[in-house]
Design a binder for this molecule. Structure first.
Ligand code: PMP
Ligand code: GLN
Length: 383
């Protein structure tokens, strides 16, 4: 067989966005804002272009940006990463995840993911010739189940991928959970891949539990975050990986033959823009208001709201709707919702290996208030 990824088709995000476009539905499926980033950030790009920052940057990223990232992590989470040897700028978190896995995971290894999980993890692990071990998060609450996690660890376990705040459930790990994780990993050599792309979207006064708050975890972790999420520029595909020098050195060996470098002007623009902490510090309040507006509107429908502690995703349980739709599998329900109600959503089953159905759909609220109102009007009318 020629295919390295025989089970992989077009991602659900692309499929649902195409269906939304075709049907004119409000697209609350694929996660991206329908508004632009800060005009000051756009101006910073223009300034970088005009300043002639248009040739290859250093392989690991523009130094100013790596220094800004290191300073931010230290200020917020306490861990000091060396900008020279421990931070690498990547073409999105997707590349950072694949590069981490290709650099550190060997054929025959096992990598544990906590299901439901983002759809790029398993193909990345498969490309490394390793086996994905799926450990379910606790059904219903989507909190980590440490007993099951402990039971899944074997001498072959090379890495564990943890995503907090969590896509799709919106769960945010607690300090107690991080400490339990640290204890569990202590006697093992397991590398922790920390997908923290939603680090600045944590609500109700809770704090993001970065691995960079826990020196013991940071020492074995590759911390990944994405400017696409933080600055409303998902199309820029600029992110970073922070890891101890030995891990970063291996990461960079793959990185330099994968993309070599990431586009220069955006890196200068981001470095300049990061000097102001207000945009990322204010992000939680910005999205919490949208979450609250969206949730308030959804209470006027037959959908049951799941908790949303972080991210820009709200999950809804549709099992209380009239039987004809309540019994639809999630993928069919989301297609029906898109075509008949005019609101596109993502089936939670897309985040499970075996397509597990629990009558839950994911809606993205990273939208202008008018867009959310338009979607809510349709949902209230039909559901
Ligand atoms: N991880 C998670 C959990 C995500 O939701 C996303 C964005 N969809 C990514 C990684 C990829 O981020 P990027 O767009 O920066 O590649
Ligand atoms: N991360 C986004 C989501 O979960 C989409 C990314 C993508 O389209 N691959 O919706």
């Amino acid at each position: 067989p020629v295919s390295r990824l025989p089970a992989v088709g077009t991602t659900i995000f692309t499929v649902m966005s195409a269906l939304a476009q075709e049907t004119g539905a409000v697209n609350l499926g694929q996660g991206f804002p329908d508004f632009d980033g800060d005009p000051r950030l756009m101006q910073a790009v223009k300034d970088a272009l005009d300043a002639g920052h248009n040739q290859y940057p250093p392989m690991a990223g523009v130094a100013l940006l790596r220094e800004a990232i290191a300073a931010k992590i230290e200020t917020l989470y306490g861990q000091r990463y060396d900008a020279g040897s421990e931070i690498t700028v990547t073409a999105g978190a997707t590349q950072a995840i694949l590069t981490t896995v290709l650099a550190l995971v060997h054929p025959g290894d096992e990598v544990i993911v906590l299901e439901p999980c983002y759809d790029s993890y398993e193909p990345s692990i498969t490309l490394a010739g390793a086996r994905t071990v799926h450990v379910p998060l606790t059904p219903g609450t989507f909190r980590p189940d440490f007993e099951r996690l402990a039971a899944a660890i074997t001498p072959r376990t090379r890495a564990l991928i943890v995503n907090t705040p969590h896509n799709p459930s919106g769960t945010v790990w607690t300090e107690a959970e991080m400490r339990t994780l640290a204890e569990l990993l202590r006697p093992t050599p397991i590398i922790l891949i920390a997908d923290e792309v939603y680090e600045h979207m944590v609500y109700d006064g809770a704090a993001h539990q970065s691995v960079a708050r826990y020196p013991e975890l940071a020492a074995r972790s590759v911390l990944i975050s994405s400017f696409g999420k933080t600055y409303h520029v998902t199309g820029w595909k600029v992110a970073f990986a922070a890891a101890p020098a030995a891990l970063s050195a291996e990461f960079r060996k793959v990185h330099q033959f994968n993309v070599f470098t990431v586009n220069t002007p955006m890196q200068y623009a981001l470095a300049a823009y990061m000097a102001d902490a207000a945009p990322y510090l204010g992000l939680a309040a910005f999205y919490q208001r949208k979450r609250d507006l969206f949730r308030a509107g959804l209470t006027q429908t037959g959908l049951r709201l799941l908790p949303c502690e972080g991210t820009y995703f709200q999950c809804v349980d549709y099992s209380g709707l009239p039987a004809a739709v309540a019994t639809l599998p999630e993928a069919d329900f989301c297609r029906w919702l898109t075509r008949e109600v005019g609101v596109a959503a993502i089936p939670l089953s897309a985040f499970y290996r075996d397509g597990f159905n629990q009558q839950v759909a994911r809606l993205c609220f990273a939208k202008r208030d008018e867009t959310l109102q338009l979607a809510l009007g349709r949902l209230q009318q039909h559901l």
